[in-house]
Design a protein around this ligand. Structure first.
Ligand SMILES: [Zn+2]
Length: 64
């Protein structure tokens, strides 16, 4: 077996990643990361208005 324990450590807690939960060490850490992603994308207060406006213009070409 190759050095499985030398793989990248869990990005959440730093423990050796478990092959089953790569790149995390456990399902719990995978969940934590997932949560970070979700809450992160929800918390981004970017100028969404501008993006929406652009999209509107793109689809505004439709003949109505
Ligand atoms: Zn972990």
């Amino acid at each position: 077996m190759p050095d499985a324990t030398k793989r990248n450590p869990c990005p959440i807690c730093g423990k050796p990643a478990e092959q089953m939960f790569r790149p995390f060490c456990s399902k719990r850490c995978a969940d934590v990361d997932l949560h970070r992603w979700f809450s992160g994308s929800y918390a981004i207060p970017v100028t969404e208005d501008e993006e929406v406006d652009e999209r509107r213009e793109e689809s505004g070409d439709e003949p109505n």
